[in-house]
Write a protein that binds this ligand. Structure first.
Ligand code: PEP
Length: 251
């Protein structure tokens, strides 16, 4: 089963409009042919610019880093899915560990965001992954599969087909520590089996599961060559055009 390969760059709260424009131009200059889909997820203010600069680039998509779970209304400072869709956003990252940690997002809330994103025709990139203490306690499989079930398994099969999953061990995000290929493969396989249990073999085989956590040009190839790893969600290295392009070319 041929799955979509995806590399998504999560810029987090970095880059101004001119800086972001320059970075996207550099990423485009470093682009080389391939069948990977490249998602650029800048801060919300930069989404429209990102869409404009990549509009005629077949491999490129634009992603938001978050959205609110309600449709619209009196939620000062929040970002509606319908507004994201209206500027051409393709993907929305939902459930990132920084949102869980600093903004107290629960799987129940994340499940509502997933539904909202899908209702506006965008594709969620759903993040899950264990904390260091959970890995040390040996509960990492249980934690990640539980997150998957609670945030996604309310979806029917047609909606689930639009989901990409990102396994991001929290202890590897921004720390320079990376899951070993063995750790990544066994978790991705476990997540895929869990999806199979709910949605069947065909949908499980066609779900892209990305790895995230200190992925860089030196380790991307060993991760992306694993049977159940279909690309990456990249934080720090997505802010350097050459590194990001090298990661995108690591299949
Ligand atoms: C992330 O924040 O999703 C991430 C993977 O960050 P980094 O690559 O910097 O570890």
């Amino acid at each position: 089963m041929q799955r979509k390969k995806i590399v998504a760059g999560n810029w987090k709260m970095n880059k101004t409009l001119p800086e972001g424009e320059q970075l996207i131009r550099e990423i485009l200059e470093n682009e080389s042919p391939g069948d990977v889909e490249v998602v650029i997820a800048p801060p919300a203010m930069l989404l429209e610019m990102a869409k404009r600069l990549t509009a005629d680039k077949a491999r490129f998509r634009v992603g938001a880093q978050n959205c609110h779970h309600e449709e619209r209304g009196a939620y000062t400072g929040e970002l509606a899915a319908e507004a994201l869709a209206s500027v051409g956003v393709d993907y929305v990252i939902v459930g990132h560990s920084e949102r869980r940690q600093y903004f107290h997002e629960t799987d129940a809330l994340i499940a509502q965001k997933i539904t909202r994103v899908l209702a506006h025709g965008m594709a969620p990139i759903y993040c899950c992954g264990e904390m260091l203490a959970e890995r040390q306690a040996g509960t990492h499989f249980q934690v990640a599969t539980q997150q998957l079930k609670e945030a996604l398994f309310h979806l029917d099969a047609e909606d689930f087909k639009k989901i990409s999953v990102a396994y991001e061990p929290v202890w590897a995000i921004g720390t320079g520590l990376t899951a070993s290929p063995e750790q990544a493969q066994e978790m991705h396989h476990t997540l895929r089996k869990t999806i199979e249990g709910r949605y069947g073999a065909e949908i499980a085989a066609s779900t892209s599961i990305l790895y995230g956590g200190s992925c860089n040009p030196a380790n991307a190839r060993s991760l992306f060559s694993l049977p159940d790893v279909d690309g990456g969600l990249i934080g720090g290295a997505s802010l350097k055009a050459k590194d990001f392009a090298a990661i995108c070319n690591s299949f």
